[in-house]
Ligand binder design. Sequence first.
Ligand code: NAP
Length: 310
Amino acid sequence: MVITGATSGIGRAAAREFAGRGDRVVLAARSPETLAEVRAECRAAGARALVVPTDVTEPGAVARLADAAEAEFGGIDVWVHTAAVMSYGRFDETPAEVFEQVVRTDLLASAEVARVALRRFRAASAGTLILTGSVLGHITAPYMSGYVAAKWGLQGLARALQQEARETPGVRVCLVNPGSVDTPVYQQAANYLGRIGRPPLPVTTPERVARAVAHCVDHPRREISVGRLNVLMRVGFTVLPGVYDVLVGPLMRLGGLTLRPVAPHDGVVFTPNPAGEAVRGGWLPDVSGMVRSLAGAGGTVGSAVLRRLR
Ligand SMILES: NC(=O)c1ccc[n+]([C@@H]2O[C@H](COP(=O)([O-])OP(=O)(O)OC[C@H]3O[C@@H](n4cnc5c(N)ncnc54)[C@H](OP(=O)(O)O)[C@@H]3O)[C@@H](O)[C@H]2O)c1
């Protein structure tokens, strides 16, 4: 399994999910220090893991990653591509180079991943490519124009690739479209809006999306939507575009932005920020983490009591 975008959010949760199943994983993203952490997590789960620091927007980098994966494990069965960056701001107030790098990362690099993966899958007559889109590939929201343009492009690209893949039995292309997910992408985004973004409610977990990705690997489907309001939003966008456009701005400002002020910055669009990388973004309480801590604390107290009693 090659995972591009393995250091944070959904990609990191997917790496853990696959490692837990005993899959051999190849982990890629730009930040070598965080990749080493994820490799340790995967190895602790009992999986073999290879790290290949990769900037997917660099010419030739994705092919070098595939070569490294094949050299280590003999072939690639599945490629899960989650790498992406985001930028907040009015279109006319966002620097052109930031808009272009968002599109380069989220759309053109996805195309490069697809090109490299599908050429190899076609030669092997087998392989599954999972691309990560968004509900924003079907609807639009203000202040995220580069991201929205890239995700609409990816939606079309994925569909065209699926149609072509019909000629190559054994080769599958799937698109996973999450709604709001609790990952660090919102804090890591470039920002020219003055307020830090947040995932609008309802927010799901990256682990849930990772399970959907794993399910898609086992039972490939053209498209999987993860998010309770995705369908409703698509219906509103399509059937009542006038009403949708009146409501989406105020709803975005209310539910999609925090009140926390932020000076203009380009976030991780050009360079990674290892300090901000994690599975969760801190938008939801980590219930399973709390249960694990409580169980750990319970275990410690229990052992102390047992030691006393002995
Ligand atoms: N979170 C949500 O609410 C949400 C909703 C819908 C769709 N999605 C989609 O789900 C996917 C994962 O998002 P996420 O929320 O998990 O984001 P995230 O936590 O910010 O993780 C993004 C990953 O992409 C990597 N990356 C960014 N630029 C890269 C580059 N040039 N080369 C290689 N790797 C790069 C990052 O690592 P480095 O910075 O170290 O390179 C990181 O591992 C994206 O496609 C996103 O659009 C997310």
